[in-house]
Ligand binder design. Sequence first.
Ligand SMILES: C[S@@+](CC[C@H](N)C(=O)[O-])C[C@H]1O[C@@H](n2cnc3c(N)ncnc32)[C@H](O)[C@@H]1O
Length: 245
Amino acid sequence: MDYHRNVHSRQIFDGIAAQYDWAPGLLSFFQYQRWRSYVVSRFQTGPDATVLDLCTGTAGVAIQIARTHRCRVVGVDLNLKMLNRAQHNLAEHEMGSRVPLVLGQAENLSFADDCFDDACVTFLLRYVDDPEATMAEIVRVLKPGGRLVSLEFGVPPNPVAKALWQFYTRGVLPVTGAFVSRGWRNVGGFLGPSISGLYQSYGEDDLRQMWQRLGMLDVQIKRLSLGGAVVVWGTKSGSTEAKDR
Ligand SMILES: C[S@@+](CC[C@H](N)C(=O)[O-])C[C@H]1O[C@@H](n2cnc3c(N)ncnc32)[C@H](O)[C@@H]1O
């Protein structure tokens, strides 16, 4: 069953999959790679662990987690074009056996309760009808004591930075996106209002409270690039044997 926003998300990512490996870096002034690296650095995963990488896209984060922590990563995404590119990237990095890919929805994961040692989710919340229910589904498949790390776009809190961010996302991005492709022009027009919309409902305090309601402990938040990106991480409660993290 498709949820309402799955349809929109498929349209968006079908239109940008072909350029996804390089365009986000360029359009974010190369901040995108920095954000991913920070996300990956939040894990203290061992080589025997299996990590869920939700919204794996073209597997950029999945490859970095598998390489940095020498673990197994399961990449999940609902977009076939993005996963096809992911398959190509994994083959290029000779990582296909360590990073299996699954076509699936974050809202309804086909995994048992408590089965992943850690989990990562990037840029999901703007694409789901019910962010809290979807995060609950991710927490469901995470083992007690496991770490969850999320990355979302944010809105800079400083008024000057915010004005520059507004100018860039509303004025510059739609134009520069059009130079890449029609799909990126559509993303350029959609991204700014979509980020502001999510941030109004899920500012940092809201995110922290939501994570705590879902049973996450030691919830921490880090703004990157003046607040243009927000990383949240925490540990699932209920561990009988506290993990050393
Ligand atoms: C911005 S991309 C992130 C890609 C990758 N993690 C990265 O950082 O490069 C977001 C991805 O989320 C996927 N996605 C959106 N909604 C989803 C959902 N409900 N379930 C699973 N994947 C979803 C899209 O297909 C897309 O590939």
